[in-house]
Design a protein around this ligand. Structure first.
Ligand code: 5GP
Length: 188
């Protein structure tokens, strides 16, 4: 496996700066706080990519809330294409029956992962089930997804950073950027 020596040097273009991301999350948090005022909110994050987003979003919401975590896999290792296969690696730890659930996603691409999750979580009879995604790449959508809150709509490029990985790396970058194509085309 190729191990980069300088994470920043592998980024061709910064798409979203740290300040832009944080400012948008504050707006989303304020909107969600208004919309869910007086209700019992549960945020469900989808690991691992949504971890920074969930951590920042929950602190931008001023209401009492619960969190739960799921982990699913949709991409197999070092590839930038969706397999269309969704596997649950970690399930919820508490019941969401009768709860107001807001799914926090890092990015919606084909929509296959969320399509599966909506059906799966919907089967657990929450009072409501809505979706908040930091990034939306509508160009490659294969199934229609009712997105309630969107951070940014981005072009059809494979992005990394702020939770998003390539081959499990780059998640710890504070910004969202596009990898140089050499990173995933250069043989080891
Ligand atoms: P979908 O099922 O909507 O095609 O893909 C959802 C998942 O694929 C995301 O949660 C994320 O893990 C991964 N994904 C989709 N687009 C990108 C991208 O541009 N960069 C990275 N790093 N992951 C992506």
């Amino acid at each position: 496996m190729r191990t980069p020596t300088d994470l920043h040097a592998d980024i061709g273009e910064v798409l979203l700066e740290e300040g832009q991301i944080q400012a948008r999350i504050r707006e989303l948090g304020a909107q969600i706080s208004t919309d869910y005022a007086g209700r019992r909110l549960t945020l469900v994050s989808v690991l691992k990519g949504s971890l920074p987003f969930m951590a920042d979003l929950m602190r931008a919401i001023s209401l009492p809330l619960r969190i739960d975590l799921m982990e699913v896999s949709s991409y197999g290792g070092a590839t930038t294409e969706s397999s269309g296969l969704v596997r649950i690696l970690k399930d919820l730890s508490s019941s969401i029956e009768g709860e107001e659930v807001l799914i926090c996603e890092d990015i919606i691409d084909t929509g296959l992962t969320l399509n599966y999750l909506i059906r799966y979580l919907g089967g657990k009879k929450p009072a409501s089930l809505r979706i908040c995604t930091l990034l939306d790449k509508p160009a490659r959508r294969l199934v229609e997804i009712p997105v309630d809150y969107t951070g940014f709509t981005i072009p059809d490029q494979f992005v990394v950073g702020y939770g998003l990985d390539y081959d499990e790396l780059y998640r710890n970058l504070r910004f969202v950027g596009v990898l140089r194509p050499e990173v995933y085309t250069t043989p080891e």
